[in-house]
Design a binder for this molecule. Sequence first.
Ligand code: ZN
Length: 169
Amino acid sequence: MPNTCMSCGAPAEAGLYYCLDKTQSNWPGKKSTTLNLNFPICAECHAVSASRRGANVVIVIGIIISLLVCGLSAVAANSLSNQNALITIISAGTLFFISAMLFRWFARLINEKGLTPENKRRRRNLLKAGSVKQFKVPGTFDKTGFIDFQFENAPFAASFALLNRGKLL
Ligand SMILES: [Zn+2]
């Protein structure tokens, strides 16, 4: 690991990490593997990284309500549009999307409450600073595995690749 912050590039604070995770299912969908990796961050980024419990509750309730809205609109559109499947799917999908966006926006409002504009920017940068795009666990026949990361901070990506003998794409 480089000893700089994954998000802003400042010197990393020992013992502080930001976890990137990714869950992938194999082809038949029977087995899923989750990858949890900790990346170094600085004290300032860590201070704004936590999600509030209220926001997590909002997200969970939001998913449930969005699914309900999706189901109800499908029923409504189905009876109104003379069972035109395309209209049913499009209206249900659109309403699900709008509802989910509303709850996500509300959760972000809770998470950013009381943060200065600079800290809001820092938090948003951190949330999209890195991700695991895909990975492959070494298999029985094919013994090579890989992890594909994406980082917004180019110097961090370069030193991470160097330290892990990875390839910069
Ligand atoms: Zn930082």
